[in-house]
Design a protein around this ligand. Structure first.
Ligand code: R2B
Ligand code: URA
Length: 311
């Protein structure tokens, strides 16, 4: 395998994707097991070399619907054509591509998105991609926001409101920064303003390890705290600038930063967590909310590809 492009800590090669793993150099081939792809079995540069935008989101169904939507927006839709799942043969993740846009599902939670990102980063690296922007589009619980509000993440913070991700590697704690691209976040916020179809804000996002106790819910199978404790905790999150809560942004931010990917997180709020825990809105309402991040990111991609007619 080509070892010359493996980036070492601190070296900056503008626009290229970093991997920082000397062991990759001695591998004859790299099997991206959870994608059912590999460097020996697939011509990755031919398949993915033109990718400039990657959108990731939890559900395979939503990521297929995103590729159909973006194909229409970019004028690349073919009503006759199906969009094949590139990861056919595995049901771990689903992947779709149209032109320079790749859409990949990541499942729920840090472990699931982390596995996907290791393989995605290597896929982009092996494909010799450069200047790639990655956006996580997803759902979240809101704090003090009207349900349906889209939050562009300023900082992804942990459950103690710190902008960091703590991982245990070889039994030792490793703390990584969860800094995201501030300029990209502002550009996405601007897209929300231009669309003016729904409220878009920029704020901190809390990333938790769990949907129930980890997010101070009262409706899990177990709960050892009171409603008052819950409200106190959510109020302290609000005071720390948190306006939404989800489960993947921290590792997403950390891994994209390590690999020199411009990254952003755009999540819609499905409910106001200060008012309740259960998702009681009708299915069609929630479905409509879930389309908002994709509409916003679609607008951004069109803008970047200069697809708006100049007046
Ligand atoms: C948002 O929604 C999912 C939980 O319902 C989780 O993946 C997340 O981050
Ligand atoms: N996703 C979450 O992680 N939390 C919510 O409250 C809603 C969606």
């Amino acid at each position: 395998m080509d070892s010359n492009r493996t980036e070492k800590n601190g070296e900056n090669c503008e626009g290229s994707i970093y991997v920082n793993n000397p062991h990759l150099e001695s591998m004859k081939e790299d099997i991206l097991y959870h994608f059912n792809l590999g460097t020996a079995s697939h011509d990755l540069p031919a398949m993915f070399g033109d990718v400039k935008f990657v959108c990731v989101g939890g559900s395979p169904w939503r990521m297929k619907s995103f590729i159909e939507y973006i194909a229409g927006e970019l004028g690349l839709a073919n009503p006759e054509a199906e969009y094949p799942n590139i990861c056919e043969g595995t049901d771990r993740y689903a992947m779709y591509k149209i032109g320079p846009v790749l859409s990949v599902s990541h499942g729920m939670g840090i472990p699931s998105i982390s596995i996907m990102l290791h393989e995605l980063i290597k896929l982009l690296y092996h494909s010799r991609c450069s200047n790639v922007t990655v956006v996580r589009i997803g759902t979240s619980g809101g704090l003090g926001l009207q349900p349906g509000t889209v939050v562009v993440t300023k900082q992804s913070v942990d459950a103690t409101f710190l902008p960091r991700l703590e991982q245990v590697v070889l039994g030792k704690s490793v703390v990584r920064s969860t800094e995201l691209d501030a300029e990209l976040a502002e550009e996405l916020l601007q897209c929300g303003k231009e669309l003016a179809e729904f409220e878009t804000v920029i704020a901190n996002t809390m990333c938790t390890l769990d949907f129930y106790e980890g997010q101070a819910r009262l409706d899990g199978a177990f709960c050892s705290y009171t409603e008052e404790d819950k409200q106190k905790y959510l109020a302290s999150a609000y005071a720390a600038g948190v306006r939404n809560i989800e489960m993947e942004s921290s590792v997403f931010a950390a891994m994209c930063k390590l690999s020199n990917l411009r990254a952003a997180v755009v999540c819609v709020t499905l409910l106001d967590r200060q008012k309740g825990d259960q998702l009681t809105s009708p299915h069609e309402v929630l479905h409509g909310y879930q389309q908002r991040p994709q509409i916003l990111v679609g607008h951004y991609i069109k803008k970047k590809l200069n697809l708006f007619k100049k007046k």
